[in-house]
Design a protein around this ligand. Structure first.
Ligand code: HGY
Ligand code: MN
Ligand code: MN
Ligand code: MN
Length: 414
């Protein structure tokens, strides 16, 4: 199959304008975005994406988890489509590019093929996966997980946010539940363009990350039960302090990850003490541990070590303890054929590139279980993400979308 010519390039200005336009929806308080899944802002972002896709001649499909599929016809309507895409939902203090670059980069590929009258054999489908972030409804990559058959839909729809609202009810409330059953679509391949969210590509001066693998992950929700009491009049030896237990376990998470280096990370990102009053010893603490490693043995060793130490800490402080796994996936190896298409595209286009392991989780990690899948990464400034100061350059976005387009066209065949 002839590869596309290296002069075939996307329109970087148009992509950048679309990114900035989408960023106006659900603005954060410091220049980033707060467009959390299934909020009104998410609904607005979906509407804008659908409008743009229909203006580009695509027909929009929607499944019962709210996953969006904008289809551009191919020369062979029966050929399995090549899918591209990512997610439009953001962290509460998210950036303008995490996820969004992959969705709008996919749309830019369609727009460019329209401009140049390119017709691929396989249809192309641009996707927006619901609730990739997992910040409002745990776990992350929830709807792509249901699509890949990893999660039961009933379980996913029953997930609740901090206010006790159910995923399924919120999906209905914003009016983005489709008719199409989840997971029946078959894919020829799936490509996801995403910012690196780490410092490697920028530090190495590389334009493109050729993602060969993805880290595995454990999310463990810990509930400690102690006893509310007066912070002034309760003698130290009588205290059953859940907040103290949380602090010691949080330190243990960090220490255990450090002891598993290289290629291991661990932190507590979400933490709540109750009743959270200045002069009450916390009788309850609920927090989530995030362990990751590309090495399955290390990943499981960190979990086992932590569960042992946490039990000892709880016993020492007289606390009740419950540890519930709320998210997990094994390390991912992406499809070598699709990875080569990404690497060859970067080479052909004259972009510097580096094979890289994804530190973050992505919808591609689940779709990789049901279709040949690979990712294209671009650098981000100071490797910063999940922070409103997340930043990329137009050149980086353009290079990433150029490579995405070439990998897609080569796979979808002209
Ligand atoms: O947690 C992750 O890695 C992704 O950003 N949801
Ligand atoms: Mn993301
Ligand atoms: Mn993210
Ligand atoms: Mn083919």
């Amino acid at each position: 199959m002839a590869a596309p010519g290296e002069n075939l390039r996307i329109d970087g200005d148009r992509l950048w304008d679309s990114l900035m336009e989408m960023a106006k929806i659900g603005p954060g308080i410091a220049g980033g975005n707060n467009r959390q899944t299934l909020t009104d802002e998410d609904g607005e972002g979906r509407r804008l994406f659908q409008e743009w896709c229909e203006a580009a001649g695509c027909t929009m499909g929607l499944d019962t988890m709210g996953n969006m599929f904008a289809r551009r016809e191919g020369a062979d309507p029966d050929a399995l489509p090549v899918y591209v895409g990512s997610h439009l939902d953001t962290q509460p203090t998210g950036g303008k590019y995490d996820g969004v670059l992959g969705v709008l980069g996919g749309l830019e590929v369609v727009r460019t093929m329209n401009d140049l009258g390119i017709k691929t054999k396989h249809p192309i489908v641009v996707t927006n996966w619901t609730n990739e972030e997992g910040t409002r409804f745990a776990p992350a990559m929830l709807a792509s997980g249901v699509f890949a058959g990893v999660h039961e839909q009933d379980w996913a729809e029953a997930r609740e946010d901090a206010d006790g609202k159910r995923f399924g009810d919120e999906l209905d409330r914003i009016g983005w539940r489709g008719e199409e059953p989840v997971g029946e679509r078959k894919m020829h391949a799936f490509f996801e363009l995403h910012i690196e969210q780490g410092p490697i590509l920028e530090a190495e001066g590389k334009d493109i990350g050729v993602v060969t693998h993805g880290q595995g992950l454990w999310w463990l929700q810990v509930t400690l039960t102690g006893k509310d009491a007066h912070t002034g009049s309760t003698p130290m030896e009588m205290r059953v302090n859940a907040g103290l237990g949380m602090a010691r376990i949080t330190e243990a998470v960090h220490r255990i990850a450090m002891e598993h280096l290289p290629n291991a990370v661990g932190a507590v990102g979400q933490a709540n003490v109750y009743p959270n009053s200045r002069n009450v010893i916390p009788g309850k603490a609920v927090f989530t541990i995030d362990f990751r490693s590309p090495d399955l043995e290390k990943l499981n060793s960190m979990r086992a070590r932590l569960e042992k130490e946490a039990a000892e800490i709880a016993e020492d402080l007289g606390l009740g303890i419950e540890i519930e796994p709320v998210g997990h996936f094994d390390p991912v190896t992406f499809d070598p054929g699709c990875v080569s298409a990404v690497r060859d595209a970067a080479e052909r286009l004259g972009y510097s590139h580096l094979d890289i392991v994804s530190g973050a989780g992505h919808d591609a990690c689940w779709i990789n279980q049901v279709a040949p899948t690979a990712m294209v990464m671009c650098p981000c400034v100071d490797g910063l993400s999940h922070n409103e100061a997340e930043e990329i350059s137009k050149d980086w976005a353009t290079a990433g979308a150029d490579v995405l387009m070439h990998a897609v066209i080569e796979t979808a065949e002209i």
